[in-house]
Ligand binder design. Structure first.
Ligand code: KIV
Length: 271
């Protein structure tokens, strides 16, 4: 195997090419080694180590408590399970907002310690200078606009964004600013599908939608949501591809019955 073989994986250029060829990009979140391995083998193009781990892994109400150390811990586990996909690590709240230099230092730490292929930041015009600083120093940046969960206390709810003319205009300007600052892709979260279409058509770089309709260049979902593990969370943009909470509940219940009924372990399962 050549020492350069790792670069046969999905890159910013291959994602750009996918957009140019009209091939949709499939992205999902991952937070651990085993899931990352499964997603990669199944052909997922981009694995996002999202700060959504603050919700679905840590059980917090928001993503705000997630730290740099926690993102690095999970991203290290994910990259070990991946051969082909691009791994993108979310920059957590307060790791990039205070200054472009601090953001660059933290982005650099992520790249150095985790083997991720890129970082993701929430925000548009407000963080354009930061995105420029990080990208001009060789670190690919994925943008994220629309509903940006790190701003939940400013928004006051997780409702869709960009429904008013003013907000839609702002989101369009944010998308342009991110592209001009060097972002290689932009997540559009929970905005009207017509707005997502207009933004997608106006950009050279791919858009990855979550609750943003079918016109985006790719789609992303939070993996525990789409696998039916996060049973209390049912927004209309999530399609359940499995009911894993039921499957796991049955299996675990059977194990408990077997242990209590002295049906596990058998002789064959013993030494
Ligand atoms: O943190 C996350 O999982 C995300 C996706 C929902 C895009 O940002």
């Amino acid at each position: 195997m050549s020492v350069h073989s790792e670069f046969r994986r999905i890159t910013t250029n291959s994602l750009l090419l996918s957009k140019q060829k009209g091939e949709k990009i499939a992205a999902l979140t991952a937070y651990d080694f085993i899931t990352a391995k499964l997603l990669d083998k199944a052909g997922v193009d981009v694995l996002l180590v999202g700060d959504s781990l603050g919700n679905v892994f840590q059980g917090n109400d928001t993503t705000l408590p997630v730290t740099m150390d926690e993102m690095i811990y999970h991203t290290k586990a994910v990259t070990k399970g991946v051969e082909r996909a691009m791994v993108v690590c979310d920059m957590p709240f307060m790791s990039y907002q205070t200054s472009a230099n601090e953001a660059f230092r933290n982005a650099g730490r992520i790249m150095k310690e985790t083997s991720a292929g890129a970082v993701k930041l929430e925000g548009g015009i407000r963080i354009a200078e930061t995105v420029e600083k990080i990208t001009e120093n060789g670190i690919p940046v994925m943008g994220h606009i629309g509903l940006t969960p790190q701003s939940i206390h400013l928004f006051g709810s997780y409702k869709a964004r960009g429904k008013s003319v003013d907000e839609a205009e702002q989101i369009k300007k944010d998308a342009k600013a991110l592209e001009e600052a060097g972002a290689f892709a932009i997540v559009l979260e929970k905005i009207p599908k017509e707005l997502a279409k207009e933004i997608t058509e106006s950009l050279m770089v791919p858009t990855i939608g979550i609750g943003a309709g079918a016109h985006c260049d790719g789609q992303i979902l939070v993996t525990p949501d789409m696998l039916g593990l996060n049973v209390d969370f049912n927004p209309r943009f999530v399609r359940h591809y499995a009911a894993l909470a039921d499957v796991m509940g049955l299996a675990i219940g059977k194990y408990v019955d077997d242990v209590k009924g002295q049906n596990f372990p058998s002789d064959k399962e013993s030494y």
